[in-house]
Design a protein around this ligand. Structure first.
Ligand code: GCU
Length: 504
């Protein structure tokens, strides 16, 4: 009896160990944040700012106090002070050095052995986007989880390409909800069958209804949805997807949440959790931005196999946090031909060293999970290493934009009056874009054509784009969206691709 009990206990013990190994750690975002602070030896972080200008801890919106940090790092100076004077030196020495620093200190590293992804077309629908026939494919990219079956990651993407294209189309991957954009309805004959079945069912439920149906023979319970004109942009333009298709492009809707949750509690799950077998991150592990970018890279790999897609001309787009993710994707993954970076702010195109709007302290506080754990050090007021500030970050966003060179990079914003908040620091993004132009030029491309350097160059008026170069800038007069810039983006990208669009 005793033996049986001991054996049972031992088994239960093993089962508990095996279960613990299998079940992902369940942390709240606060617990996960604290865990990272402990790993880094941080006792206290400076609090983030409030976006509300009337709050006592509001962000700085005084331009005269914005440029407190003068040591914006130079993309064209090696860490040891040597100047980068040739394209060869950029590719062989400086670019790898910058990538390494962004990996280690800012966005985190993509682990060396992320399991492979297998894409499956789940359904194909023949739809219409505007007046154009399209083919829409709903896809799932299953990540091999044989090493840790407790976490399942299925990347959800919907690819939409013009049905009547003459050849493979350029495609813009857009971060956002995936799913059929304009599900095709049953045709008239099929509708008739559906309605017949409905009526029969209803009569079964309530035989009295037969009389009602006989009295109104033409009435049908299910009706085709009438054509609906889409919601126009603030500038009267059509939705992004309509514009792309009308121009002969395709687009892919890529759901970031299917790769990695947009919160700290999710870090022991999703692709980050899968690779870590359900355990919390190490300080240089990737954050959500880098994980979303990784997902975009896998999406690109599927697109390269699809005959409807011109795999050499795939771009990436996103707004706000997904604008950051789009820029990160483009910066690290050189297979992407172009990017439309919408209202990306801090952690995106805006200089980290600007004291204006959102602070680095916001990115080390509630938004910490977008970044590497190591990034938290720059918000520390009390730690085993003392304290650090944004002035200690070894890289800045001018260098992130520079990593995109010489590929097509469009930085887009709206205006605060329409809701593209000052919080995003448009000026700081312009400064970074101006400075990154030097790297585009070194590589034989064109940057922003402005007078002066990033400290002195003047932002062009709203709606006046700087679109002559491979690096482009445009602030539209709409809100927190890139839609009013879409037609400029398309025409600009078409020009550089040497594409003659239908109807132009
Ligand atoms: C917050 C956050 C920004 C982010 C934005 C968004 O405002 O501070 O960094 O870009 O949310 O993604 O909507």
């Amino acid at each position: 009896m005793k033996l049986v009990r001991e054996v049972t206990l031992a088994c239960a013990g093993w089962a508990a160990v095996a279960l613990a190994a299998q079940t992902p750690a369940t942390f709240t975002a606060e617990q996960d944040h604290q865990n990272m602070m402990d790993q880094l030896g941080i006792k206290a972080l400076r609090p983030g700012y409030s976006g509300d200008e009337n709050a006592p801890n509001h962000a700085n919106y005084d331009e005269t106090k914005a440029n407190a940090y003068s040591n914006v790092p130079d993309p064209l100076t090696m860490n040891d002070g040597e100047k980068v004077t040739t394209a060869k030196m950029w590719w062989e020495k400086r670019r790898p050095q910058l990538v390494e620093m962004f990996d280690e200190y800012v966005y985190g590293r993509v682990p060396a052995h992320v399991p492979p992804v297998k894409w499956t077309v789940k359904a194909v629908d023949h739809e219409r986007i505007g007046f154009n026939a399209v083919i829409a494919k709903d896809l799932i990219g299953e990540v091999d989880n044989s090493a840790y079956p407790a976490i399942h990651v299925g990347i959800h993407m919907t690819l939409v390409t013009p049905a009547n294209a003459k050849g493979p189309a350029p495609v813009l991957i857009m971060f956002g909800r995936a799913g059929f954009p304009a599900p095709n309805e049953p045709n008239a004959e099929e509708m008739e069958r559906i309605n017949k079945a409905w009526k029969a069912l209803m009569v079964q439920q309530d035989p009295g209804l037969k009389e009602v149906f006989d009295a109104h023979p033409a009435w049908e319970p299910v009706k085709a949805t009438p054509f609906q004109f889409p919601q126009l942009n603030a500038d009267g333009g059509l939705p992004n997807t309509w514009q792309l298709i009308a121009d002969g492009w395709g687009f892919a809707l890529l759901d970031p949440a299917s790769v990695q949750a947009d919160n700290g509690a999710g870090l022991t799950r999703g692709i980050i959790g899968l690779v870590n077998k359900g355990q919390p991150r190490k300080p240089d592990d990737w954050g959500a931005l880098r994980a979303w970018a990784w997902g975009a890279g896998r999406a690109l790999e599927y697109l390269e196999t699809d005959a409807a897609v011109d795999g050499k001309h795939v771009g990436i787009e996103g707004v706000s946090r997904y604008g950051k993710a789009a820029l990160v994707t483009m910066a690290f993954d050189q297979r992407f031909a172009m990017v439309l970076v919408g209202s990306s702010g801090k952690g995106g195109a805006t200089l980290l060293r600007r004291n204006f709007g959102e602070g680095v302290e916001n990115l080390t506080g509630g938004e910490y999970y977008w970044m590497a754990g190591n990034f938290m050090k720059y918000g520390a007021s009390e730690a085993t290493f003392g304290s650090k500030t944004l002035g200690d970050i070894p890289v800045d966003s001018n260098e992130l934009i520079a990593l995109c060179a010489p590929r097509l990079t469009f930085i887009s914003y709206g205006i605060p009056a329409k809701g593209d908040a000052k919080w995003l620091d448009h000026e700081g993004s312009f400064m970074a874009t101006v400075d990154a132009s030097r790297v585009f030029r070194l590589l034989g491309a064109k940057g922003l054509d402005v007078e002066g350097d990033y400290r002195t160059a003047k932002m062009p008026p709203v709606n006046q784009g700087l679109l002559d170069g491979e690096l482009a800038w445009r602030q539209h007069d709409g809100g927190h969206t890139d839609a009013p810039n879409m037609k400029y983006f398309i025409a600009w990208a078409d020009k550089f691709m040497g594409r003659q669009a239908p109807g132009r």
